[in-house]
Design a protein around this ligand. Sequence first.
Ligand SMILES: [Zn+2]
Length: 408
Amino acid sequence: MPAEALKCKECSTTYPLDARYVCERCFGPLEVAYRAQTSSADELKRRIQAGPDTLWRYADFLPVERVPRSSLPTGLTPLVRADRLAERLGLGELWIKNETANPTHSFKDRVVSIALARAIELGFDTIACASTGNLAGAVAAHSAYAGLPAYVFIPADLEPEKILSAGAYGAHIVGIRGNYDAVNRLCTEVSGEREGWAFVNVNVRPYYAEGSKTLAYETAEQLGWELPDRVVAPIASGSLFTKVARGFQDFIDVGLVEGGAPIMNGAQATGCSPVAQAFAAGTDVCRPVKPDTIAKSLAIGNPADGPYAVELARRTGGAVDAVTDDEIRAGIRLLAETTGIFTETAGGVTAATLAKLAERGDIGPDERVVAYITGDGLKTLDAVAGSVEVTEIEPRFEDFEANVAVPA
Ligand SMILES: [Zn+2]
């Protein structure tokens, strides 16, 4: 397989490719390290283009021994040119990566695809997760396809759409009376005690995190093997944000694309913005916060990859911004009205941050910008409840004429 070892991000100690996630020496997080590519860029491109119409076409860059014989098809989501939104914001070339097109309508299908495949290779027989919502649905669906029992641990006050859809796939749902950070702590404890349980974002987290790289691979391929100048993406744990940058760097390193790494802009909700606060304060230290925002899928008060996200934004000349709940609702509306894509609150955070960057003049007129819209608006309907006006009439033509028809 292309992966070589698990490696500590802090002290570089290496470990075998098994189910572990923390360095025994320094307690730093582990990530997957790869062998140097021996194939030429042309060979790699040929293999990608001849591969399946899913994220498994990028198997040369993923940490599994073999591509699963069958799996819930994930990835190759549309990259949508957003001219009307660009015009509204005074931008040049703008693209939306529409992750609502995945099987459970969020980017989490990607990370679960990789984690599940590796968990099966490592001999696990039960799949579990600590979730802010979208992950629960993805774990439930992919486990259902694979025929494995699933346990999803969520904050009990999660949006009903996310709880019900995860339940529909037959997962055991454990609602915790506490926030995500409490859920995550409990899952860490359970994962140490339950042999045979793979918690996708705990004990097999290094493999899980690699799934987000495919967002960058696809973007580059869909842009005709070119890079964006700037990326706008949401930050919860910081994993997606940092792995998207890694994905672009992978393609640069092997010569599949030319040019410099994109500027990285992170998006958070003001009600849970430990990474944006660290960026603003000029430090890498993300002080934990108690989340209070409608963007529940981003509500991680103690983000594991926060310091790496801050460092990445700073190094690439980007930033990490935060937007209020009202701005999030406006962002959802703005995106829907100009692109036909209805996103959940996390996507509202991304759209609102994009608008803020445009307004501040951070984005040059010739820049090619890609914004990652990570989840579906049908999962957070409460956030937009009351914002739509219905013209109710009797079923009579006169009523229609009197109340609906626009005067000439
Ligand atoms: Zn270490």
